[in-house]
Write a protein that binds this ligand. Structure first.
Ligand code: AMP
Length: 424
């Protein structure tokens, strides 16, 4: 018996050749390069502008009377056996203690097994990953040449999905390679040269590997976009068009996301035909979270935060900041002030981010200071507080951030720092 094999890079910065000055000159001065540079600049400018000027009414961050979260008891209409999944899979689910399908699994698995394109709306923590992995593992088991590409916006989420795949495909000859940035490309290239049933990665690295002709999109039969709304926004849409445009159009396409704002929704039809929509989103996912603002003066902002994090009620907190360097500085400052903290942000290597997340998950530190990379898809149990030390860029980001607490019928608190001049 072979367990699921995973292949992933270990060293950093391998693979890319340095350009010669002449090549660099040709690259930067060709009309095509200039057109791309202008496009990139325009995007960066829009992104910067969007980031700098969040306009919020502070009352959006207040909900002092959260609904008592009496857990909704959902009675699934199927058992795992009803889906006709292979016995190895149902036995594994038994071993894992997953006795019945979660709502998203109950509703979406039959459609995926019928090879329907799907837009699935469900938050992280609802069993969303298994909802697409279980039928895809089954289909792979039935058709040996079935290859699934799973794209995620962050490395952490890619790794989390890969870990779930290894758990669910235990005892099956299912092979996978993780292709994420910030990790050495050499091992990923070697992994892709063997046959893979699942390739899980972030768009930039997958595109890079595709352009090197190591990842072959023509072999892909199913594509999953996790956190699809993010994958369809400005930062990723170009890569998405490149990657999905190269995959045969008769593919099976699955989008999963906690939210699907109008701008992302508009793009759905570009990538799939007549998708089946399944939503298990609660009416208002933030209903169970007590939300309030913390008005601050600049000179007392940090002390207010320390006081808050030291309070008895605050047992495990994620503090969100907007800039990579200020997040790093804040986590060091907090540790010095007697609040052990770890940080994750885009300037950290993949390994550093994983270590920070692990020490937070294990409870070695009670505070994780993060940029928005941590707001998406990451599953950490029992986060008592989410603190928006810096305002989020958009209200969608706010919803994603505070969704890290109050999960799975637990109560949570979300506090947003608002400058006194903003308070009405
Ligand atoms: P998600 O982040 O939505 O993929 O779900 C996260 C957690 O839900 C993981 O820890 C899974 O092991 C767990 N999970 C998935 N499916 C089930 C199920 N049917 N019953 C209980 N737990 C589950």
């Amino acid at each position: 018996m072979h367990n699921t094999t995973h292949r992933q890079g270990r060293t950093r910065g391998a693979g890319r050749k340095k350009s010669s000055p002449a090549r660099k000159h040709r690259r930067t001065n060709s009309p095509n390069a200039q057109k791309h540079a202008a496009k990139r600049f325009a995007h960066a400018r829009t992104r910067r502008t969007a980031r700098k000027m969040p306009t919020f009414d502070p009352s959006q961050f207040i909900n002092k009377n959260p609904v008592e979260s009496t857990p909704d008891v959902y009675e699934p209409t199927h058992t795992f056996e009803d889906f006709g999944l292979s016995h190895t899979i149902t036995n594994t689910l038994d071993t894992l203690g997953h006795t019945k399908p979660s709502p998203i699994q109950d509703q979406v698995i039959p459609h995926i097994l019928e090879r329907k394109d799907i837009v699935g709306i469900a938050e992280t923590g609802t069993g969303k990953t298994a909802a697409f992995l279980l039928p895809l593992i089954h289909m792979t088991n039935v058709r040996a040449h079935h290859q699934t590409l799973i794209l995620t916006p962050t490395r952490e989420l890619a790794l989390q999905i890969e870990a779930e795949l290894r758990k669910l495909a235990r005892g099956m000859r299912i092979f996978s390679t993780v292709c994420v940035g910030g990790a050495g490309i050499g091992a990923q290239i070697r992994g892709l040269k063997r046959s893979n049933h699942f390739v899980i990665g972030t768009p930039g690295r997958v595109l890079d590997l595709m352009q090197r002709k190591v990842f072959l999109p023509q072999h892909v039969s199913a594509v999953v976009l996790d956190e699809a709304d993010r994958m369809l926004d400005m930062g990723f849409i170009h890569d998405m068009r490149h990657i999905l445009g190269a995959i045969p159009s008769k593919r099976h396409t699955l989008f999963f996301s906690a939210t699907m704002p109008a701008n992302a929704e508009k793009l759905v039809s570009e990538f799939m035909k007549h998708p089946t929509r399944v939503s298990v989103r609660k009416k208002d996912t933030t209903d169970s979270i007590a939300q309030d603002v913390v008005p601050y003066e600049l000179h007392t902002k940090y002390d207010t935060l320390v006081q808050l994090l030291k309070s008895d009620a605050c047992t495990r907190a994620i503090v969100f900041g907007s800039m990579k360097h200020s997040v790093e500085k804040l986590s060091k400052q907090l540790t010095q002030s007697g609040v052990p903290a770890a940080s994750i942000h885009g300037n950290k290597s993949h390994g550093q981010r994983q270590r920070a997340l692990t020490s937070f998950k294990k409870g070695e530190v009670s505070v994780l200071v993060a940029t928005d990379v941590a707001a998406r898809g990451i599953h950490v149990e029992d986060v008592s507080h989410v603190v928006n030390y810096d305002l989020p860029g958009t209200f969608e980001d706010y919803i994603h951030r505070i969704g890290r607490t109050g999960r799975a019928d637990k109560r949570g608190v979300a506090l947003t720092f608002v400058a006194r001049s903003h308070k009405r």
